[in-house]
Design a protein around this ligand. Sequence first.
Ligand code: HEC
Length: 150
Amino acid sequence: MLRTTALAGALGVCLATGVAFAQAEPDNAIKYRQTIYETLGANLTAVVMNLKGEVSFPDAVGVHARTVADTAPLVLPAMEQDTAGRGSAETEALDKIWDNWDDFTAKAEDMQAAAVRLAELAQGDDMQAIGAQVQELGGTCKSCHDEYRD
Ligand code: HEC
């Protein structure tokens, strides 16, 4: 019991709220969340390049779409740590994210749902539908960036 408590303390686990949430160094928290967003961006770009015919890797479209859908749920946990005014890593995240967490969460969940739908469609070969869903998903990225990214 003592050992568990000490470990929880060392990890900064927030037992009071029942949420297992380890605080990282602010700069590491910032860099980590940016890698999550970069993964989303890179894989969405890869889908779009294929749809536009700039490259032709039809078998890869489903993999990229699934990667976006698999990565989407990592956004909220990675964003949970409030870094407003902390650390020195460059960040475009606006401080108001953590004052408007419910709205930020809703936007992340909209993105997640759109990504799951894209991954489903990308199992098939209806390029029209896939393209439309890429637009839909892109809209959910933009709606969060407009509000919460500098
Ligand atoms: C719920 C809000 C939210 C959603 C949804 C969202 N983003 Fe972002 N995104 C952010 C924030 C905030 C940052 C700034 C992070 C930072 O600099 O610390 C960011 C940054 C980025 C970056 C730059 C990362 C870097 O290295 O600085 C890319 C690329 C990106 N997002 C792509 C996407 C894509 C693609 C989607 C949709 C599939 C998406 N984002 C959806 C909030 C969001």
